[in-house]
Write a protein that binds this ligand. Structure first.
Ligand SMILES: *[C@@H]1O[C@H](CO)[C@@H](O)[C@H](O)[C@H]1NC(C)=O
Ligand SMILES: *[C@@H]1O[C@H](CO)[C@@H](O)[C@H](O)[C@H]1NC(C)=O
Ligand SMILES: *[C@@H]1O[C@H](CO)[C@@H](O)[C@H](O)[C@H]1NC(C)=O
Length: 447
């Protein structure tokens, strides 16, 4: 890219370069038809050459536009490429509910513009970027586009800036997998219902994970045939963190419930984590009936949760997105807040969403969610992002009073009787988890 930007200033050479390009494109074309067995490699070269050309052209366009444009100016135009490649095998069709368009206006904020740019591309039949985008180099390709499109990026807090620069990076390598997590077991046959606890954890949280395994996240089969499986979702440690990889690989072998991806574990990377969860589940647990997504420091009353599922009509049970619904939230504009969102990044209220401490959804939503998540630009707050994805598939969050992600009254936080009637409470220590779990199972409990 830099090479062409440099050449742009050397006007006399421009036509010569264009000619050389055309000739080399022609040669590559002739060459690739002669050697069909190695077509792929040459097509890649061909694409790169074309991409550079497109880049050069769009840069020229930027220079010539005096007024700030509302459109996203991309530095790599893919539309130029699609006409030269053979038709790609068509994946499942992504359709985006009108609700999303009605609720999220088209305005000058970066995210809003990215969304509408992605929607237009979708309408024109373009495919989402897909898995072959190179993880190790995705940041480089987005830098220029960000500088051009977010005029005040320099005023963003450092972490937020880091997030914006990594927004296009969607497919981190999987370091630790559990391929057989959702395989049906021999005795159970196919009439078992699969329930997956997908728990956001961090590499160092050994105690919390162990407490979850010993309490609400224990794997097994409930009397009604509900088969519970658990995975912990982990990023990787940062440069200054102690190296836990030997401990983690032991833990993964011993418990077979660790999933780890090669991205830095941090709050602003939780959306990436949720996206990798969708990706993983679609691939390795496609027939799951329910997915619970939550934190590793929540208390879940699993018997109450199972009871709730049992109480539902089948039609209802198959279409769940339920939790503690936050209906009228707006972005926080205080730069010191953990949840800070600059106005020039996102300008709108949030859709109603289920608090990320713990919520439940039906397996039928997995595939559609996974598809729309590849169209919707990443948003730094993971539960808001999932709420947007649900809105994009036309599903509303449903409130269940048993989910208390903002927690119960201070004096009730160790009260077993209070927890017996709830499904989820937030922020408990591993010791509190054990006490509450033993408490709700005690035959001597009288409430
Ligand atoms: C299905 O479940 C029922 C009861 O839960 C059990 O009796 C039956 O054997 C199961 N069928 C198969 C094919 O596993
Ligand atoms: C961490 O430790 C593992 C083995 O214990 C080693 O293979 C790996 O290279 C180490 N990573 C770093 C970044 O030092
Ligand atoms: C997210 O992970 C990527 C990949 O490891 C890392 O480069 C980036 O700094 C992380 N982002 C944040 C906001 O921590």
């Amino acid at each position: 890219m830099a090479r062409f930007a440099h050449l742009a200033r050397m006007r006399p050479i421009k036509s010569f370069i264009a000619m050389v390009l055309l000739i080399s494109i022609f040669l590559i074309f002739v060459y690739s038809t002669l050697h069909l067995e190695s077509t792929y490699g040459h097509r890649a070269e061909f694409q790169t050459a074309y991409q550079s050309l497109a880049t050069y052209k769009s840069e020229e366009r930027i220079v010539k536009t005096p007024t700030p444009k509302l459109e996203i100016v991309t530095t790599t135009s893919t539309s130029a490429i699609t006409t030269t490649t053979p038709p790609q095998p068509q994946g499942p069709q992504v359709s985006i509910s009108n609700k999303l368009r009605e609720n999220i206006p088209q305005n000058s904020a970066y995210w809003n513009r990215l969304l509408y740019s992605a929607l237009r591309k979708l309408e024109k039949g373009g495919n989402p970027p897909g898995r072959n985008s190179d993880w190790s180099r995705c940041r480089e390709t987005s830098q220029e586009s960000i500088q051009t499109n977010v005029h005040d990026i320099a005023s963003y807090p450092m972490l937020f800036r880091d997030f914006v620069e990594g927004m296009v990076c969607r497919f981190p390598p999987l370091l630790i997998n559990q391929r057989d997590k959702c395989k049906t077991d021999e005795q159970g046959g196919t009439n078992q219902t699969l329930f997956l606890f997908a728990i956001k954890s961090a590499p160092g949280n050994f105690q919390r994970r162990q407490a979850v395994r010993e309490t609400w996240g224990r794997e097994g089969t409930y009397e009604n045939g509900l088969r519970v499986r658990t995975v912990f979702l982990l990023g990787s440690a940062g440069q200054d963190d102690p190296n836990l990889s030997a401990l983690l690989s032991f833990e993964a072998r011993h418990h077979e419930d660790i999933l780890q991806w090669d991205f830095h574990e941090s709050f602003l990377n939780l959306t990436l984590k949720m996206s990798t969860l969708l990706e993983w589940t679609v691939k390795h647990c496609p027939h799951v009936s329910y997915v619970f997504s939550g934190d590793d420091d929540v208390f879940v009353n699993t018997p109450a949760l199972v009871g709730y599922l049992q109480s539902l009509e089948p039609s209802k049970a198959s279409e769940l997105y339920v939790g503690h619904v936050i209906k009228t939230a707006r972005p926080l504009r205080d730069p010191k807040s953990k949840y800070y969102i600059p106005l020039s990044y996102y300008d709108n209220a949030y859709p109603a969403y289920a608090g990320g401490g713990g919520f439940l959804f039906s397996g039928v939503w997995l595939q559609p969610l996974h598809l729309v998540s590849q169209v919707l630009p990443f948003f730094p707050i993971d539960d808001v992002y999932i709420g947007m994805c649900f809105q994009a598939i036309g599903v509303s969050a449903e409130l269940h009073p048993g989910f208390q992600t903002f927690d119960v009254k201070e004096q009730d936080r160790d009260n077993v009787c209070v927890h017996k009637g709830l499904i989820l409470t937030h922020q408990r220590t591993p010791q509190q988890l054990k006490r509450l779990w033993n408490g709700i199972h005690s035959p001597f409990l009288t409430c």
